[in-house]
Design a protein around this ligand. Sequence first.
Ligand SMILES: Nc1nc2c(c(=O)[nH]1)N[C@H]1C(S)=C(S)[C@@H](COP(=O)(O)O)O[C@H]1N2
Ligand SMILES: [Mo]
Length: 387
Amino acid sequence: MTTSAAREPFFTGTIDGRIRARASQPVIAQHGYLTPQDRWGVVERGNPLPYTLPPEQRLAVGLEPTTWQLEVVADAETDAEVAAPLTKAAGTALDFERLLRIGVDHGVRILKGVTCNNIGEPLGMGVWEGVPLRVLVWMARPVRNIRRVFYYGYHNDDPTQIFQSSLPLGRVLEDPPGELPVIVAYKLNGERISGERGGPVRMVVPEAYGFKSVKWLQRVVLTNKYAANDTYHEGNNDLDSPMKTFARFAQVPATVQADAPLDISGIAQAGVSGLARVEYWVRPAVTEETDADGDPYCLTGDWRAAEIAERPADLGAFELTSEVQATEWPLRYTFVHWQARLSGLAAGEYELRCRSIDRNGVAQPMPRPFPKSGRADIQVVRFKVIA
Ligand SMILES: Nc1nc2c(c(=O)[nH]1)N[C@H]1C(S)=C(S)[C@@H](COP(=O)(O)O)O[C@H]1N2
Ligand SMILES: [Mo]
């Protein structure tokens, strides 16, 4: 088998450049670099789903920009103290207009992909615009006894439907160098955030799996409780796991002629440890489980480097706020496209795997192979070479 770089780029290098993909493969790979809002994969709770309520009811419950409000209060169940709570009762809650005005001075634009820790296939990627959550926390004038920030989305005022998440206060108030702020977002890809995507206002936690990014955000509670209250504590989910680095296939033809080149492509998620390389490994198909050969992580495979797509030329139009996001490549907490061209395969059935290597030199699914902290298993697909 020999390999060479594909001549035709599979990804046009612009933010809406399209590629072809098999329907069963990552949906986001069928779109360009950014996922149109209505094409995202969805993970949502609610009966009815809040954004499907009739317009007058959406207005009544604050799910339209004209009536949306955000409360920032102290947790009355603890001794947490804030001097200037933002409440609906006192008429001090934040409204959409005011949020946009704060955004004029404090707004940031962050590129971030969303992945559910329980689903291997990423859901979508976009440029999120919003105000750092800490700006709103400071407006409420926190005084003492606050260790965590709890936050809630609208769920029909039904306690059994509530979706909630939380962060340590320190994570909200300070970003380590190169990290991105937690934001209260009001735009996605330059547009208002749709109801389905969590609008009018959604929390976006850059380094976290999807469950930290609460949709239909309406309430922030500053608490002295020290433990997470996330809805996702159910289901054995690891609440403290930052996004992992992994690769997935997008397009692999099911059959190919022996004398024709085989173009494969996919996407990779750059997690907390970044993305250094994407690799693939092709071998004649075997019938037994891979685990059976005592190498569950395929460390002994004949891995070859794939080609990672370059930064889309027109991404600059979004004026990403972070210096790191404006210059580095690939960007952490986002997805990139990759491709490779295989040729010289004899007729037969093959299995093909892909994996990422992070910037610590660690191969997927390590260093954290446990699925409840984010799926990162090595994907395998089969194809046939016919004479
Ligand atoms: N209010 C609310 N926010 C939510 C959820 C939800 O059910 N309700 N699901 C979460 C989960 S588990 C994920 S993975 C992401 C999915 O985001 P998306 O539907 O925009 O792709 O939203 C998160 N935010
Ligand atoms: Mo999720």
